[in-house]
Design a binder for this molecule. Structure first.
Ligand code: ATP
Ligand code: MG
Length: 333
């Protein structure tokens, strides 16, 4: 096994909640990310899934130091990022990139594609003979399946899928080794999602990239992930190899999420039992004691309110970690 590219240890990110008075005071704390740990190896993809508001984007941003973590450790190639100054982080910005959900909001609409993709090259002073930046922009456009002759067009002249390809080209400009893909296809038509996911997969193979692929939809990450981590209210509640998570989930929450994903085979689809979760996700300002999922869990007992279940091996398939006192394998069909 190679050394990890990224190690995230007990990452915590809290946001203050301000009151509405004339002099706003802190009246509480949003516990957006509450002790997330995982490692990522070169060339690997970890899918990070969970319902809206569970802290996926905050995790991605805290790794990139776009949100300063409240506590915990983020190590990239052995170097601790959380204690670095902005200046110390600058050279590392080349190695770590992010692609956002909405390609339109993240691309400057007044700029030609050429300038959008060239900007990171210029900021990081990519030296070279005249014309080198232009050649690199054209190469990047080709790499993501766009026609370099369209370099002078503006973002609105492209389709949604093409715009996301521009965002990917920009993120690739400085040859990163790791990318946070924050719901990169969620805003796109289903018909173009697969094309962009396939492109990301091809790029990964060619360039040896590692991905943290964030999605709320389990079916999107199935194809591309090596491992999958499931988040609920700021915590990873289950993590394991892709196939074991999908075929033999241990945690009731993972089981419920998977039971809502339609199956391609109509026979299997008919056989399968849905698990419908009742109630809403509790507020991250005031999460439940003990297990955070217990208020919606059909297996919950007294212990769940008192003792927080740790994310650990619980007799399930090799390597699967679950945070549930009553974790138990369940065949999906
Ligand atoms: N800048 C911020 N200030 C205050 N609270 C924030 C901030 N960013 C996120 N939050 C809160 O932190 C929690 C986690 O948000 P986050 O955006 O990480 O969730 P998410 O899993 O990415 O959700 P989605 O699927 O909707 O993108 C939410 O309760 C959110 O309201
Ligand atoms: Mg998000």
């Amino acid at each position: 096994m190679t050394a990890p590219l990224l190690e995230v240890i007990d990452l915590v990110k809290e946001f203050p909640v301000r009151g509405k008075g004339i002099i706003p005071r802190n009246v509480g704390t949003v516990q957006a990310v509450s002790g997330v740990s995982f490692t990522l190896h070169p060339g690997e993809t970890l899918g990070l899934v969970g319902e809206s508001g569970c802290g996926k984007s905050t995790t991605g941003r805290a790794i990139l130091q776009l949100h300063k973590p409240t506590s915990g450790s983020v190590r990239f190639e052995g170097r601790e990022l959380t204690t670095m100054s902005t200046k110390q982080l600058r050279p590392l910005r080349k190695d770590i990139q992010i692609v956002f959900q909405d390609p339109y909001a993240s691309l400057n609409p007044k700029w030609q594609v050429n300038d959008i993709i060239a900007e990171p090259l210029q900021i990081h002073g990519a030296e070279g003979p005249r014309g080198a930046v232009q050649r690199r922009v054209d190469e990047l456009l080709e790499l993501v399946g766009l026609n370099p002759e369209h370099r002078n067009r503006y973002p609105h002249e492209f389709s949604g899928g093409q715009r996301q390809r521009i965002g990917i080209a920009r993120a690739l400009a400085l040859n990163p080794r790791f990318m946070v893909l924050d719901e990169p296809v969620s805003a796109l038509d289903v018909s173009v999602q697969a094309g962009v996911v396939n492109l990301l997969e091809e790029l990964q193979e060619r360039l040896g990239l590692a991905y943290l692929f964030v999605a709320h939809d389990l079916s999107v990450v199935r194809h591309i992930s090596d491992r999958v981590a499931v988040m609920y209210l700021g915590k990873i509640i289950e993590m394991g190899e892709r196939e074991t998570i999908y075929n033999r989930p241990m945690h009731p929450y993972t089981q419920a999420l998977l039971s809502a994903v339609p199956m391609p085979d109509p026979k299997q689809e008919r056989k399968r039992q849905r698990i419908v979760l009742t109630g809403d996700v509790p507020s991250p300002v005031n999460p439940p004691s003990g297990c955070r999922f217990r208020t919606r869990c059909w297996k919950a007992q007294d212990i769940c309110a008192v003792e927080e279940p740790r994310l650990e091996r619980r007799g399930g398939p090799d390597g699967t970690l679950s945070a549930c006192h009553f974790a138990e394998e369940r065949q999906v069909v």
